[in-house]
Design a binder for this molecule. Structure first.
Ligand code: VGL
Ligand code: ZN
Length: 218
């Protein structure tokens, strides 16, 4: 069943926020978990950010021995799946280690009026693709509470990677009752075993809107 998509407040509205997800060096083509063409989103996100009254960012921010790193698991390789207490977990190359240059935001990201930066994935035993709820599907980051307290009911998502952190964040925003859109061309994907098609399917079913940057910039 497809869920009715609630209408989106426009970017300039105090009720809308731009959520800029994981635009970090390790997700750039030269990074440790490269997303093809990942750097292409930076100028577009800068232009989008200027249109929004509310801009928030996330940073993937793992301890050096994080459970999502293949290096933590003897005999395992990046991009394999394992079972963890909270469910299936894809294993990744070491990436976005707290305080490392790879974990830093892209140097050309220019969002001086951004108000909030959420660092996620900091528990060594729990991953967190989503900016709202960690992978145990219980531990909350506090983002929904922040948005509600500030009267924000619409979330526009952009950044990296579309089929992981962007999609999970958009799905959780929607599940928390926010009108939610993904700005498709302000994202890039990893696309592992059909993950991109799967992400769009889940987002469509959940009532996440799909918009383009041009629609918001005109
Ligand atoms: C991400 C895989 C692992 C993302 C983060 O930002 O999409 N993907 N950690
Ligand atoms: Zn990560």
């Amino acid at each position: 069943m497809s869920q009715a998509a609630p209408s989106l407040a426009p970017p300039a509205s105090p009720r809308a926020a731009l959520l800029v997800i994981d635009v970090q060096n390790d997700f750039m083509p030269s990074g440790r978990l490269p997303v093809a063409d990942g750097d292409a989103v930076v100028p577009l996100i800068n232009r989008l950010g200027a249109r929004f009254a509310n801009v928030l960012l996330t940073q993937d921010w793992h301890p050096a021995d994080h459970v999502s790193f293949a290096s933590r698991h003897a005999g395992r390789r990046p991009f394999e799946q394992i079972a963890l207490p909270y469910g299936p977990q894809t294993l990744w190359p070491d990436h976005c280690v707290q305080g490392s240059e790879g974990a830093a935001l892209h140097a050309e990201l220019e969002l001086p009026h951004a108000r909030l930066l959420i660092r996620k994935g900091g528990d060594r035993e729990i991953d967190s693709y989503s900016a709202f709820v960690e992978a145990d599907r219980r531990t909350r980051t506090g983002l929904a509470g922040y948005l509600r307290e500030r009267g924000i009911d619409t979330v526009y998502c952009c950044g990296l990677a579309l089929d992981f952190c962007v999609a999970w964040s958009a799905l959780d925003a929607r599940a928390d009752g926010f009108a939610t859109a993904v700005i498709a061309d302000a994202c890039r994907a990893i696309d592992l075993d059909g993950s991109l098609a799967g992400a769009w399917q889940w987002m469509d079913q959940a009532g996440v809107h799909r918009v383009t940057a041009a629609e918001l910039l005109r």
